[in-house]
Design a protein around this ligand. Structure first.
Ligand SMILES: [Zn+2]
Length: 105
């Protein structure tokens, strides 16, 4: 599977893929899925509680002298959750991301 980074995210929902289907194979999740979930929380002033922060998040792979190209990739920008229909698709997705990272794509 060929990806373009950062990966497209649903404009208002903050999830990947924007279709709501599996982020690797594209099949319907049919209500069963695994999720890569990112969150940013901030402390509520004057309390010991935290709430979702109003910030833009990014999820990246960075290189400091390990890959041939040295190029990092930003996988997600402002994405909270990435959905996959199975652990097999999650694993294939992560392997594909690392392959792209190694290749400097
Ligand atoms: Zn899948």
């Amino acid at each position: 599977m060929k990806f373009t980074y950062p990966l497209p995210t649903h404009k208002t929902g903050g999830f990947y893929p924007p279709t709501g289907k599996c982020g690797y194979c594209g099949n319907s999740n049919e209500g069963n899925f695994v999720v890569i979930s990112q969150s940013a929380m901030e402390k509520i002033p004057g309390t010991n509680s935290y709430a979702p922060a109003d910030v833009i998040t990014s999820f990246s792979l960075l290189d400091h002298g390990v890959t041939k190209t040295g190029q990092g990739i930003t996988i997600f920008e402002n994405t909270n959750d990435a959905f996959f229909c199975s652990t097999e698709c999650l694993r294939n997705f992560l392997n594909a991301i690392v392959d792209d990272f190694e290749a400097g794509k």
